[in-house]
Design a protein around this ligand. Structure first.
Ligand SMILES: Nc1ncnc2c1ncn2[C@@H]1O[C@H](COP(=O)(O)OP(=O)(O)O)[C@@H](O)[C@H]1O
Ligand SMILES: [Mg+2]
Length: 304
């Protein structure tokens, strides 16, 4: 059996449509014949279950973290999306909103033992390490944003912090490199680097072997951009400009895999608790999800 392709879905800002996109991209993958796993890692505000038609999840991540369920596949439950399962993050237990690193690692390490062609990990808002640990743990990540400058700024911070967090973990045993990476976060330091490219050039001079490890880590990552709630052609262009910015400052190739139009029907389907792409009636928004998913498949098929 092939390892699942695990993809985080984040973006920094709340309300930009991360969970909606997770549910609908997942349902589109299912329509195209792939099996899908949904993970709700928005532990403070879990609601992905509603987007995939599950009213009250009987089990979830809390049962696994607490050890009540020993194996991760015991907490996967069926959804209304054919050929899919969900691991819910819904919980009344407050401390689970911010799991520690070991708890996150337990989830991250064991996800690949789950059976699915694709696993989509829906993240919460923000770009602190509770969220970016999930971004940096998986080589594939979807960024969802709308075209507003505030959302774009949050998406940028999310990517920046996620990259730094990933690099810091990669070199967790090396104090010198940790200090170097810190210079990128803190622009007041004398040795500040303006871009990940500058940080890399410095690493090549000071720690050449580690620089190749850094290069390989960056190279193996696939980051996808979906612009949501698009109302005009100008909105679409925001995605192209954002991808250029991210390339310049963060050395990340952001694959702009498409946009989803603003659709009042999406709000209605949330109330009916099902992904809009499962509707029989053809519509423009379903076409958008179809195009985005085809682009995602073109880049990820054959990779794990
Ligand atoms: N393309 C869209 N058009 C219209 N409304 C949308 C669209 N995408 C998401 N929404 C609505 O926006 C709200 C927030 O979406 P949600 O997926 O919960 O965001 P997030 O997970 O990023 O917090 C929901 O009410 C959802 O129905
Ligand atoms: Mg959400």
């Amino acid at each position: 059996m092939k390892d699942p392709v695990i993809i985080s879905v984040g973006g920094g800002k709340g309300g930009v449509g991360k969970s909606t996109v997770t549910a609908n991209v997942g349902a589109t993958l299912s329509k195209k014949g792939f099996s899908v796993g949904f993970i709700d890692a928005d532990l403070g505000g879990a609601n992905l279950h509603i987007c995939v038609g599950v009213k009250r999840p009987a089990v979830g991540l809390q049962d696994y973290i607490s050890g009540r369920c020993k194996r991760i596949n015991e907490i996967a439950i069926p959804t209304i999306v054919p050929n899919s399962w969900l691991i819910s993050g819904a919980s009344d237990i407050l401390e689970l909103a911010n799991p520690n690193y070991a708890q996150k690692q337990k989830i991250i390490n064991n996800l690949k033992t789950m059976s699915a062609d694709y696993i989509l990990v829906d993240l919460g808002a923000g770009s602190d390490y509770h969220v970016t640990d999930f971004y940096s743990a998986f080589p594939n990540g979807i960024i969802v944003t709308d075209g507003l400058p505030t959302s774009i700024e949050n998406a940028y911070s999310y990517l920046k912090n996620g990259t730094i967090r990933g690099l810091a973990r990669l070199f967790s045993g090396n104090q010198e490199i940790q200090k170097t990476i810190k210079c990128f976060i803190d622009p007041d330091t004398r040795k500040a680097f303006a871009t990940i490219g500058e940080l890399y050039d410095y690493m090549v001079r000071k720690f050449p072997e580690d620089a190749s490890v850094m290069k390989e880590w960056l190279y193996n990552r696939r980051t996808f951009l979906i612009l949501n709630m698009v109302k005009s052609g100008d909105d679409v262009k925001v995605g192209t400009r954002f991808a250029e910015l991210v390339k310049k400052y963060l050395s990340i190739t952001l694959h702009y895999i498409g946009y989803i139009i603003y659709s009042p029907e999406i709000r209605a389907t949330i109330k009916q608790m099902h992904p809009i792409v499962l509707d029989q009636e053809p519509s423009k928004v379903i076409e958008c999800f179809d195009a985005v998913t085809d682009n995602l498949l073109a880049i990820t098929r054959g990779r794990s």
